[in-house]
Design a protein around this ligand. Structure first.
Ligand code: CP
Ligand code: NVA
Length: 304
């Protein structure tokens, strides 16, 4: 059987993604009433981080501990990756020792290369192009609070970045309409937009994009690796800040999400992110449950 990877949402079918969300809700319930099952004793996840992380690292590590397994943190500084060992070799070696690998890196192509040489499942823990694990948590959060997102309208404000690209994929997989407002130079790639043709509206007008939205999402204006562009980006994105005034144009019961970490006073005001529409803490917490569901799925597939 072919190894399953999770490099983008498109690696799974809509039905599989929906099943993961339902399973994550069950696992969350088990966590709450302390009836978790250690279903994966002895299974090991290697986590390669070429960029910083709080949520992704802690949620994957906790997920493996709660499943009865173990997670190993690896960074370029303290592994041979930083001394030039080829990714393909690392993939072959880790495939002999652990059951699954999560990678956070820059170029998405590195994940694809690793996956090509891996005989165990590879999970994208964020690349410059996609952040699919975050979308699982966002979709669980919407489902729990408002129900099925199918047919709803989502608004993305700001940079057409990795998170925005994963929202574009999600629009197709979870059947919602996505209105993206970005400055012309910061729009998502045409090939990614085209994959979800018919589901996406792109504009440079934040007021038009947010009108009537059921869910409003934003992210930092400078992603990891773009820090030196921040002052220029602050000027370009100024009018895309999610303010109370802008949010008032969304649907009455609209939710606000942000993958975090957030910069209050840049892409979102403190009033919004700390206000009643914001579900960012539930969203962050759901990283644990969705990733546990994902690990269960990939580890079982590997057994099959
Ligand atoms: N949202 C997210 O992936 O957070 P970290 O960078 O802290 O992992
Ligand atoms: N777009 C952000 C997401 C961080 C979780 C980044 O890539 O830095």
């Amino acid at each position: 059987m072919a190894i399953r990877h999770f490099l983008s949402l498109s690696d799974f079918s809509s039905a599989e993604l929906r099943q993961l969300i339902l399973r994550a809700c069950e696992l969350k319930q088990q966590c709450r009433n302390r009836s978790m099952q250690q279903t994966h004793p002895g299974r090991v996840l290697a986590m390669i981080f070429e960029k910083s992380s709080t949520r992704t690292r802690v949620s994957f590590e906790t997920a493996m501990a709660q499943l009865g397994g173990h997670a190993i943190f690896l960074s370029p500084q303290d592994s041979q990756l930083g001394r030039g060992e080829p990714l393909a070799d690392m993939a072959r070696v880790l495939s002999q020792m652990v059951d699954c690998v999560m990678i956070r890196t820059y170029e998405h192509g590195k994940l694809e290369e690793f996956a090509r040489h891996s005989t165990i499942p590879v999970i994208n823990g964020l690349s410059d192009t996609y952040h699919p694990c975050q979308l699982l948590a966002d979709m669980q959060t919407y489902y729990e609070i408002r129900g099925d997102i199918s047919g709803r309208q989502v608004c993305w404000l700001g940079d057409g970045n990795n998170m925005c690209n994963s929202y574009i994929n999600a629009a197709r997989m979870f059947d919602f309409t996505l209105h993206i407002a970005s400055p012309a130079d910061y729009r998502p790639r045409a090939d990614i937009l085209n994959q979800s043709a018919g589901k996406i509206v792109v504009t440079d007008d934040p007021r038009a994009a947010i009108q009537g939205a059921d869910l409003v999402v934003t992210d930092v204006w400078a992603s990891m690796g773009q820090e030196q562009e921040l002052s220029m980006r602050k000027q370009k994105f100024r009018t895309y800040q999610v303010t109370q005034e802008l949010l008032a144009l969304a649907a009455d019961n609209a939710l606000f999400m942000h993958c975090l970490p957030a910069h209050r006073g840049e892409e979102v005001t403190a009033e919004v992110i700390d206000g009643p529409r914001s579900v960012v803490w539930e969203e962050a917490g759901n990283r644990l449950h969705t990733q546990k569901a994902l690990l269960e799925f990939l580890l079982c597939e590997q057994n099959g």
